[in-house]
Design a protein around this ligand. Structure first.
Ligand code: UTP
Length: 306
């Protein structure tokens, strides 16, 4: 039986240059989709999948992420005094329990692979989930939960993938698909940012992984790859020689919130899905006079779109 995955790693040490100047002092992962920071969505997804220990690899200017996952006594007391019990309960519910978070620093942003390697001593000799918080997934159940179901069957390493237009493969890590259903198929190869003509498929590695701890030793010696950064895909490619990798083509919609278009689209999608916001938001959009009226999508339409 596959060893249970209890720990998740959240690399949050990137510079977020595509979001400057917003990210000059504010971590990209604290940007909000409607009223929740991106990092909170990732933590929620991990909790839903049964994760018990949350490891954040942070960098300079990221102290606010640690504060976000701490109690705020002054705020809580004020909410209590004002009788805002619903807001208070929601705040408390968002927090992993005491002792379940760990923070370490990536002293230089040398790449995602290097950020993951920085978590090696905290994770230790056990499988772990890796979630990139700027990839936001909307769907039920969450992507990591869907991957956990595959992992229980296959063990080894599991990667979430989605289709991208062939013209975009050179921006992503791409896998080659072997046998098996969408809920868990063999991965036979992978490559980071291939040229379109060299890409083994149009299935993109989309920011959620379940990895075995042997990846750490490979990351330790991993030379810089695409973009001059230490790439997790390169280390996974080596690990594939000795361990199985499965892919899950997940159900749901993804938003690349590291890009402005993805981030703005996510805000619209999540706002339209909120009963307390939808109507007022649509009315405000219609006032902007785009030359087109936006209709209120019915709940059934929204579900089908997901
Ligand atoms: P990105 O590739 O989106 O890089 O990182 P970035 O630096 O955050 O953003 P841009 O491209 O400059 O706008 C994907 C994830 O990996 C983390 C990021 O914080 C993000 O969650 N990361 C990336 C690190 O933790 N360290 C790194 O050295 C690079």
């Amino acid at each position: 039986m596959a060893k249970r995955v209890r720990t998740a790693v959240f690399p949050v040490a990137g510079l977020g240059t595509r979001f400057l100047p917003a990210t000059k002092a504010l971590p990209k992962e604290m940007l909000t989709v409607v009223d929740r920071p991106l990092i909170q969505y990732a933590v929620d997804e991990a909790r839903e999948a049964g994760i018990e220990h949350f490891v954040f690899v942070t960098g300079r200017n990221k102290g606010v992420i640690e504060d976000h996952f701490d109690r705020q006594f002054e705020l809580e007391t004020t909410l209590e005094m004002r009788g805002k019990t619903q807001a208070l309960d929601a705040l408390r519910h968002d927090l992993p329990s005491a002792g379940r978070t760990s923070f370490t620093r990536q002293q230089e942003p040398l790449g995602l692979g290097h950020a993951v390697w920085c978590a090696r001593d905290i994770v230790g000799d056990q499988p772990f989930a890796l979630l990139l918080p700027d990839m936001l997934f909307k769907g039920v159940p969450g992507v990591l939960k869907q991957m956990m179901e595959a992992y229980e069957e296959t063990g080894g390493n599991v990667i979430a993938v989605e289709e991208v237009p062939p013209s975009e493969v050179s921006s992503y890590g791409i896998i080659a698909r072997g046998e098996g259903p969408d809920t868990g198929f063999a991965i036979t190869d992978m490559v980071e940012k291939p040229r379109r003509e060299d890409a083994p498929s149009n299935l993109m590695i989309s920011g959620r992984y379940i990895l075995q701890p042997e990846i750490f030793a490979l990351l330790a010696d991993q030379p810089k790859g695409a973009g001059g950064e230490i790439q997790i895909t390169d280390a996974m490619q080596t690990l594939m020689r000795s361990q199985p990798f499965s892919g899950v083509k997940y159900q749901g919609t993804s938003f690349d919130c590291g890009s402005k278009i993805g981030f703005l689209t996510a805000n619209v999608a999540y706002a339209l899905d909120r009963d307390d916001i939808r109507e007022g938001f649509l009315a405000a959009m219609n006032k902007l006079n785009f030359g087109q009226q936006f209709d209120q999508p019915s709940r059934s339409n929204r579900t089908a779109a997901e």
